[in-house]
Design a protein around this ligand. Sequence first.
Ligand code: 0A1
Ligand code: ZN
Length: 878
Amino acid sequence: MKDAQPRAIYLKDYQAPDYWIDTTDLTFDLFEDHALVTSVLGVRRNEDHGDETPDLTLVGIDLELVSVYVDGSELTAEQYILGSESLTVPVASRAFSLTVVTRIRPQENTSLEGLYKSNGMFCTQCEAEGFRKITYYLDRPDVMSKFTTKVIADKGRYPILLSNGNDIARGEFDSGRHWITWEDPFKKPSYLFALVGGDLEVVEDTFTTMSGKEVALRIFTESHNIDKCDHAMLSLKKSMKWDEDVYGREYDLDIFMIVAVDHFNMGAMENKGLNIFNSSCVLASPDTATDASYQRVEAIVAHEYFHNWSGNRVTCRDWFQLSLKEGFTVFRDAEFSADMNSRGVKRIEDATVMKTAQFAEDAGPMAHPIRPQSFIEISNFYTLTIYEKGCEVVRMIQTIVGKDNFRKGSDLYFDRHDGEAATCEDFVKAMEDASGVDLSQFRNWYNQAGTPVIAVTDRFDQDSGQYSLTIGQSCPATPGQDTKLPFHIPVAIALLDREGKALPLNEAGATEQLLHVTAAEETWTFEGLAEKPLPSILRNFSAPVRVNYDYSREDLVFLMKYDSDGYNRWDAGQRLATAVIEDLVSGLLKGEEAEIDSRLIEAFGVVLADDKLDKAVKEEMLTLPSQASLAEQAEEIHPLEICESRSRVRKAIAAAHKDKLLELYHALELKGEYRPDADDIAKRTLRNTCLGYLVELEDDSLQQLAEDQYRNASNMTDLRSAMSAAINSSYQSQETINSLLNDFLGRYKDDSVVMDSWFMMQSGSPSLGTLEHVKALLEHESFDRTSPNKLRALIGGFASGNMKQFHSGTGEGYEFLADWIITLDKQNPQTASRLMTPLTRWKKYEPVRRECMRKALERIKAVPDLSTDIYEVVTKSL
Ligand code: 0A1
Ligand code: ZN
């Protein structure tokens, strides 16, 4: 029995543990219907806690206890206390050895936490609290131990047996079983433990580190995927080199391994020396992966590799500090990706995620600071706030202290805390000590949730030539935080003259200035201007805030043309498009068909015709704000009106610029071998964006373009773009769509990762992806309801990616999602909880939908024995 009501735990209650575990020696005996786990722990009293030796309580979930020994003597059942999720043993000395033998059933573990099976392979996922499903332990990140792991299994079925560190011994038994012992010389918390056993193939390479040490690199997959590992391997080597060059961080073991598994709750996991990846984040080949997947693989391989320092060598003291490793590591991988690809586009992409999805999270019922003060279920806190906003907070520190100081701060942080479990405060302190910059007020970013708003007004005095900018800041209330202290917000600005040139702002002629906004309101004055300038505010998205400034539509068109800051140039276009689409939405709500502001259509024409504009940036500028972004910015969400209005604008752009779109489409065709480099990616993406516009038009020859591109495609990017264009077009014949879908199925039915996209394209299609169609796909032979990827593709793709169909009708979509959440909660609470996000935003919808969504949530809440995951989200949402 679990606790009747899950309870919250609080950061303020943190206490160091009573005992440390210096050594952890594990033996896994893996069988077809169970596994036996023998754990021998070298336990030592935490000397800071006094002389007594209180009982030792370990946590464990879903374990069958076999036996317990203290210093080699077996305890009788009367000598220990077995709780529903704990084991308490008496302690007689300050240091002792504790042996616990448990039986577990990996084959029946559908939660994908702890030890489980995926396609016949044993694998583990221990972050955050999965180790307790393997054995009784002090499963908390501040308990760091030296692990040795012996794995025993049938040699025929499981020739490959892996764990953290270096393999130090191996042998065979007569029974056909074999064993391998792994030793990890670095102390680590239990969440970084990993084990894999399976029949896997391997791709091998080496990397020579900056001090000349040769590291063996190995990527393991099932044999049919072995030809899709080259890109991940290349990405790994690039990451290792980059971390040496940019952060001075060298790899520390003799071997670095990556294993691809199909059933995985998240993207990937940074287990020491043995990263485990969701197959979708490691496999890539030209005919199975899109450009976007290639870039994702590169970024995630880098992210997990960078964790070796920011996460493993220096880990987190407790889970409230999660952003210490995640925010910093996302920042590191974002900079890596910017260096490997287009920096400008990476910034726009990251800002888009922040502004559409993270701002929405910050405005919703689950809003939390990047260092939460409490939680019920830590798995619910692997959020955009912890990761992406956490990254933006680290980026702001770099902006404020400067790049050189930031590197000094990072060195100091790693030096000071190597081998330790640290806190966010330790990180900020290191930055402060290395730079001499006071970050006291900046720390509010760690304590306060919500997206700050800066309100900017300006005045120009023609006589004195004085221009003043007044910036006020505020932050909306969030759950549990009604009022907020002012943040320290770095706001980068420039002032543009009438020709669009940025004016010099100081003696040295700098045209950009960083304003440190720290007060509730403050004014900056600039002297000697001949005319009123146009401010370019929050350049390069210098802080994760909303900007309110009363730009006229002409101002926005002007910034789209002239702003030298790529991010702001793009943002001006997004603002203009949002305003124009909002006009149409308001019109529809009044029963009118408002006219489309021609300034937007013309401005898009200018972008299209601008031959000097970087192609990747051009593509971003030609992309209208997504439905999700429009919803995020709406006062009250009217989903169908948003879909219709956005679609009308797309059609109008296509109609007005058909010739230019067609010309570009043909001009950008690439011949020759597929290369996923920045140049070619930009060409393909822009070309496919043109195609997306062209199929908006009722014109057979344009509809034919999509089909032709599909039939002639020589890589997955062009194939999938053509398929999406066809599926999403209102004028494509159903016959053609079916024929393409069948063709795709025929080619890829055996490739699980590619099939995810087949489901996702359909579930997200406004015309094809009706609830009925999605329900039919659930019965498809390629669908697998035990696979989080498939569930996300079909159910998540429908609920989060198909605004029109999910919100159509009278709440059937919500009921469908609720049914699935209730079912999945018994199987895999983490995946169930993630699928719930769209329902949690119910309060922002217009009244009818709001009520239907609320009812669906109430129904979930009434289910007995909810997991802590769902319980937390549903109670906070209501
Ligand atoms: N630390 C990983 C993310 C991760 C978190 C939890 C997991 O299982 C529930 C798996 C992975 C990362 O940041 O990549
Ligand atoms: Zn991470």
